[in-house]
Design a binder for this molecule. Structure first.
Ligand code: BMA
Length: 325
């Protein structure tokens, strides 16, 4: 009998998935999902989005020595929305991404503030995941799914983010912006366009975790949102940006490389969602932390060298400066 040809999977789900659910939480809340991830003091640190029963989210730090088990969760919310000093946080703070900036020896957190005008991008800085300094809102609504690059380009910081146009049919694409001081941002350009029509990543895409430097350029994992008769499906694809000019898209996967499959990804508060906000690379092994169905945190692992081979076999990107406004 002829065997069925399956897609080779780049990411393998951890057998202990989901690794964290609300049942593990030390205080009452509805759900825990999309989390940032980094290393601090030789430990894995997750910054998890926790949604309370009002429907508002805050962020809580979780630590583990091996990044797989024995998670220690802060006993209380670590970063609560602060609408008195930051009115843009009135309806909560969501979906953080962490970038360690060697030059500053600190971590910059990009997160979504849910303002009365819609979601927008805010930044905060920390050295220890105990005290945090807010840098305030850096992009007006609607904008989300942001993360910094860890290095400067021609003296300026760079950030990927996802503004959404109010113009019907204009699509929601991944943009890049630059800043001399992390506060004032400009030179906005589309870095990766959403496809159109029937594609898995048609009309709406967004950055997933922070970009990581590989010898070939900047590796980007992004989500594509397919709208179907039954709702939306969040899946993941890879892209490669130029090492020196990260506004330039070099390659992009035509197919999605990871999508909802297991029950904890297919069923939850929002069905059919995989939503990573953090990954950690150690000795070429990747640990990807992702939200499953807006209800839990799960883990998948991959070999960075296999991802590099894969993206270098993807077709070169068409010039994304064409039709960019
Ligand atoms: C996006 C974000 C994510 C969420 C996803 C699916 O717009 O708000 O936080 O996981 O929708 O609901």
């Amino acid at each position: 009998m002829k065997s069925v040809q399956l897609y080779p999977e780049l990411f393998q789900r951890y057998e202990g998935n989901p690794i964290l659910t609300i049942k593990d939480w030390p205080y009452p809340a509805n759900s825990v999902f999309n989390c940032a991830a980094t290393k601090h003091n030789n430990e894995t640190v997750l910054l998890a989005r926790v949604e309370d029963r009002r429907g508002m989210s805050h962020l809580t730090v979780v630590r583990s020595k091996d990044g797989l088990s024995n998670w220690r969760i802060d006993m209380e919310p670590t970063i609560l929305p602060d609408p008195e000093n930051h009115p843009e946080e009135i309806w909560g703070i969501e979906d953080p991404r962490i970038t360690y900036i060697g030059e500053l020896d600190e971590y910059i957190i990009a997160y979504t503030s849910y303002s009365r005008g819609g979601p927008l991008v805010s930044l905060a800085r920390t050295k220890d995941f105990i005290t945090f300094e807010r840098l305030g809102p850096v992009m007006p609504p609607e904008d989300k799914d942001a993360a910094l690059f860890p290095t400067r380009f021609g003296g300026r910081w760079a950030m990927l983010h996802r503004p959404a146009s109010a113009l019907h049919g204009a699509g929601a694409h991944i943009w890049i912006s630059f800043s001399p001081d992390l506060k004032h941002w400009g030179d906005h350009k589309i870095a990766i366009r959403a496809h159109e029509g029937g594609w898995w990543d048609a009309n709406k895409i967004g950055l997933s975790p922070e970009p990581i430097r590989i010898p070939e350029g900047w590796l980007v994992l992004y989500h594509g949102v397919k709208t179907t008769g039954g709702g939306v499906i969040y899946r993941l694809g890879l892209a490669l940006l130029d090492a020196d000019n990260p506004a330039k898209l070099l390659r992009r996967s035509t197919e999605w490389i990871f999508g909802p499959q297991e029950h904890y990804e297919r069923e939850g508060d929002v069905d059919d969602v995989v939503f990573p906000c953090g990954w950690i690379v150690e000795d070429s092994k990747i640990r990807l932390y992702y939200g499953g169905a807006d209800t839990c945190i799960a883990l998948a692992t991959a070999d960075l060298n296999k991802l590099r081979d894969y993206i270098m076999k993807c077709p070169p990107a068409v010039d994304n400066s064409v039709r960019w406004f």
